[in-house]
Write a protein that binds this ligand. Structure first.
Ligand SMILES: Cc1ncc(COP(=O)(O)O)c(C=O)c1O
Length: 399
């Protein structure tokens, strides 16, 4: 018998009832320090007063009108996002995968609109994750997500992670774009070196193809800049964001230059819910906080603190922690033991973390986390590592 909820997730047997800042409470009142933030979604933590106010205020006015009419808050959010980025225009979606679909369609349509109808192929990288729709599983190229779902959507050429020469070799007459996450998330928190991002920008310009960034996980303040690519001093032609932009309300966006968006005329794309008044109220409220003076600087300071303390933990637990890597408050602990063991040990210490590829445990605290909570998390990870070390010693002794 199948469960009423389609069993596509291996869920932990616990549920959270409420949250406050970086802390989430289970239905039986246990407090957990939340360093997963709903997989980088709860950027301002749980129940942030400004978000709660914006959502409840909007909920009493109007929830949904469709995109048949003007949505002034969407116009405003688009203006603010373009004002704060490389982009000239924005399409709002309800999720990351939909923002990706818009980006992929836009890149293909760009070449089509310019009369280059055969340019539709997109170069992607091993270890990438771009979503679970048919096109985005093809873009991600991971067999475990493709298996059994019929023919892989055509038009994606995958090369090894951050391999410039491989990209060069694969660019051909049909190449439309290069697509990359500036920091791979699901793949195991692998930052793409700034030099490499700059090299991809040069290659794209040289060949008249587009550069697409998936900043769904690494964007919106996570790395200490509003967008992760800002660290490299270059910009993409199109970018997908989601997760943190809604602070927990389902919202994604595809941002583009006017040049790259030239094929997307009336009727070429749409979404019933995309950019609805509730989502726009949340998106604007998130930006109110993130664009406040000093917010991103504080993220950078806290990130430095967390990274320094984790580096010390790595030295203290060399049998458990192989490496600590990442950017800003997007950190991966590469494990010498199974990552799920460390994750479980952290859970026992009432610290929420998230597993990722390459045997990594991800730390993605809300951007409003404070230094006491960082100290607290470090002490819990330390205890988790100690418990694992003593388990290993006991096992060795009894073996
Ligand atoms: C980098 C990246 N791209 C795309 C997605 C897909 O986003 P969504 O699950 O909102 O469709 C994710 C989700 O984890 C992601 O991390």
């Amino acid at each position: 018998m199948i469960s009423p909820l389609l069993p596509t997730y291996a869920r932990v047997n616990m549920a959270f009832e409420r949250g406050e800042g970086a802390v989430a409470y289970t239905s039986d009142g246990e407090a957990y320090l939340d360093f997963g933030a709903g997989i980088a979604v709860n950027s301002l933590g749980h129940a942030h007063p400004h978000l709660v106010e914006a959502l409840t205020e909007q909920a009493q006015k109007i929830w949904h009108t469709s995109n048949l009419y003007q949505i002034p808050a969407g116009q405003q959010l688009a203006e603010r996002l373009t004002g704060a980025s490389f982009a000239d225009t924005v399409f709002f979606t309800n999720s990351g995968a939909e923002a990706m679909e818009c980006m992929i369609k836009m890149a293909r349509k760009y070449h089509y609109a310019r009369g280059d109808k055969d340019r539709y192929r997109i170069i992607t990288f091993e270890g990438a994750f771009h979503g679970r729709t048919l096109a985005t599983i093809a873009a991600g190229g991971q067999e475990k997500y493709l298996e059994g779902f019929g023919p892989k959507v055509e038009g994606f050429d995958q090369v090894p992670f951050a391999d410039h020469d491989a990209v060069k070799a694969v660019i051909g007459d049909q190449t439309a774009a290069i697509l990359i996450e500036p920091v791979q998330g699901e793949g195991g928190i692998r930052p793409v070196p700034a030099k490499c991002l700059r090299g991809l920008r040069e290659l794209a310009d040289e060949h008249g193809i587009l550069l697409l960034f998936d900043e769904i996980q690494c964007g919106m303040g996570r790395t200490g800049k509003l967008f992760a690519h800002e660290w490299a001093g270059i910009a993409p032609d199109i970018m997908a964001v989601a997760k943190a932009i809604g602070g927990g309300f389902p919202l994604g966006a595809c941002l583009a230059t006017s040049e790259a968006a030239q094929g997307m005329t009336a009727g070429t794309h749409g979404s019933t819910y995309g950019g609805n008044p509730l989502a726009m109220a949340c998106g604007n409220a998130v930006l109110d906080v993130m664009l406040e003076d000093g917010f991103l600087e504080a993220v950078r300071d806290k990130a430095l603190l967390l990274q320094q303390k984790l580096a010390r933990l790595k030295d203290e637990h060399p049998k458990i922690i192989e490496d600590v890597r990442g950017s800003g408050l997007m950190i991966g602990i590469k494990c010498r033991i199974a990552n799920t063991e460390l994750l479980q040990a952290c859970l026992k210490q009432k610290l929420l973390t998230i597993a990722a590829g390459d045997n990594v445990v991800r730390l993605l605290p809300p951007l409003i986390v404070n230094s006491e909570q960082i100290d607290d998390a470090i002490s819990r990870i330390d205890k988790a590592c100690q418990s694992l070390s003593s388990d290993a010693t006991e096992n060795a002794a009894s073996g």
